[in-house]
Design a protein around this ligand. Structure first.
Ligand SMILES: NC(=O)c1ccc[n+]([C@@H]2O[C@H](COP(=O)([O-])OP(=O)(O)OC[C@H]3O[C@@H](n4cnc5c(N)ncnc54)[C@H](OP(=O)(O)O)[C@@H]3O)[C@@H](O)[C@H]2O)c1
Length: 287
């Protein structure tokens, strides 16, 4: 049985659905089942359950909040670093595989071109630092690990940038959106499928996994409003003009070389993924 953390979030929800589709027994949990910041609880829970693998999708994902409030910063590190470490210790004791979902925010974005897995990490934000420490905890404790760095997630079970743009687009005539941060929007349905492929192998290591192609937040907003036929205009602004407490990497493009050399299929293009996501959202509303 595969244990999936963060089942109430975007990615965890789709992982459980994908495992189910493949006939693989799974148990999805979230904070109401197990608080990952309690070491004893985490180790006892996993040791008693004896899963064959843990896919760890839970995380503290409120990037701006982690930056400004002391208590929240600590919470971010407790969940993303310590919580990950506790799971890793339990996986080591049981000698089982663990998947950790990491982020493009471990990089500083100063590189021109795509980030390789061999590139140095240098996070700019508290969230990025906490995820980097989560990665280090995995490397310290485990051999049977998959660290999957992804970016700009959107999925049916949760809130994301695309939903925000649709809501704002219906209310406003113009929305200011950043044009100078580049990355790859990634649909959790596509990523879940790839993660399930990867975890069936013993090709352990670090992978970058996103939908193909890249764009800016402004490009993504424009595409969403175009598909949804919303007449609101996007006003492209620079990161400097956008008042944010978090410094985000300007270049988040991740090279998929490690996926390709592992023989895994690359994910579809991000524009195709956005179209499928919006279609599924509409179909869900109709039911
Ligand atoms: N979203 C992105 O754009 C993005 C990009 C790159 C990487 N990632 C990484 O990908 C993973 C999945 O992202 P996502 O967007 O699916 O996240 P999400 O929707 O925010 O879901 C995360 C889940 O983890 C739960 N959680 C938080 N604290 C917990 C705790 N102490 N114990 C147990 N569960 C806890 C959350 O519960 P509450 O909602 O109640 O807090 C939530 O249900 C995360 O590790 C994230 O860091 C995300």
């Amino acid at each position: 049985m595969v244990l999936v953390t963060g089942v109430n979030g975007q990615l965890g929800y789709d992982i459980v659905k994908e495992l189910d589709k493949r006939g693989i027994d799974s148990k999805g949990i979230d904070i109401q089942d197990l608080d990952l910041t309690n070491k004893t609880d985490v180790i006892n829970f996993i040791t008693d359950l004896k899963p064959t693998c843990v896919i760890h999708c839970a995380g503290y994902t409120q990037v701006d909040k982690a930056e400004i409030e002391d208590g929240e910063t600590k919470k971010c590190f407790d969940i993303n670093y310590r919580g990950t470490e506790y799971i890793a210790i339990a996986c080591k004791d049981l000698d089982i595989k663990m998947v950790y979902i990491s982020t493009d925010y471990v990089f500083d974005g100063t590189k021109t071109g795509e980030y390789e897995i061999s590139d140095n990490v240098n996070p700019l934000s508290k969230y990025g630092m906490s995820k980097m420490q989560g990665e280090r905890a995995i490397l310290e404790h485990l051999n049977k690990y998959f660290i999957i760095r992804t970016s700009w997630l959107f999925g049916l079970n949760g809130n994301n940038f695309i939903n925000t743009m649709i809501n704002l687009g219906k209310e406003k005539e113009v929305i200011d959106v950043v044009f100078d941060q580049l990355g790859s929007p990634t649909y959790t349905v596509d990523l879940a499928c790839l993660i399930c492929d990867v975890v069936e192998t013993n090709k352990y290591g670090i992978y970058h996994a996103t939908n193909e192609g890249f764009c800016s937040w402004a490009d993504l907003a424009k595409k969403v409003l175009e598909i949804k036929n919303i007449s609101c205009k996007i006003n492209p602004i620079s990161s400097k003009e956008y008042k944010s407490v978090t410094i985000r990497p300007l270049n988040s493009r991740l090279s998929k070389r490690s996926l390709e050399s592992g023989g895994f299929s690359l994910l579809p293009n991000w524009e195709d993924a956005v179209k499928r996501y919006l279609l599924s959202k509409d179909q869900r509303k109709e039911v």
